[in-house]
Write a protein that binds this ligand. Structure first.
Ligand code: SF4
Ligand code: SF4
Length: 160
């Protein structure tokens, strides 16, 4: 059996501690401090444009989880009125397929990533919860809005 001299292990450990003590920090004090995430992030929510949506339900048919629920009624000039538009984010896997499939560019991924809730039912988002007027859409699959979004912040680029 090999024995090391007493204290060598502690000295080695302290050397590592001292070396890292003087280094620039590579962590942040979340949730007090937050970094701006990538413009193309796929958040936990969807953002929906009432004006652009035609109620075609392509997004609901594309969703592999079957979590988009749409109810429409006949509207004017051969169109649909969207009565209900709900997404159960408890089962959503943020794959983005619904956004990619929407033929009218009415769906976006969001920046949201803090969606823990006490009750299961609160994870079901209604159309009002997803309105583009109230939510920040990300540029995932929508490069045309990329320039309007804040640049991603990386700890490595920080000066302090
Ligand atoms: S992101 Fe994926 S799982 Fe979530 S609603 Fe859209 S298609 Fe369904
Ligand atoms: S695919 Fe787009 S336009 Fe069609 S119902 Fe879904 S969000 Fe609306």
């Amino acid at each position: 059996m090999k024995f090391e001299r007493y204290g060598i292990g502690i000295a080695k450990g302290l050397t590592v501690t001292m070396r890292n003590l003087l280094r620039r920090r590579i962590t942040t004090q979340y949730p007090e401090q937050r970094l701006t995430v990538s413009r193309r992030t796929r958040g936990n929510e969807l953002v929906w444009s009432k004006e652009k949506c035609t109620g075609c339900a392509t997004c609901a048919k594309t969703c592999p989880q079957g979590v988009i629920h749409i109810v429409t009624s006949p509207g004017e000039e051969n169109s649909y009125e969207v009565e209900e538009f709900e997404v159960d984010t408890g089962y959503c896997i943020s794959c983005g397929l619904c956004v990619e499939a929407c033929p009218y560019d009415a769906l976006y991924m969001s920046y949201a990533f803090e969606l823990a809730r006490y009750r299961r039912g609160e994870l079901v988002l209604s159309r009002n919860d997803m309105l583009i007027e109230n939510k920040q859409a990300s540029a995932y699959f929508r490069p045309e809005i990329s320039e309007t979004l804040p640049e991603q912040e990386l700890l490595i680029d920080r000066k302090e």
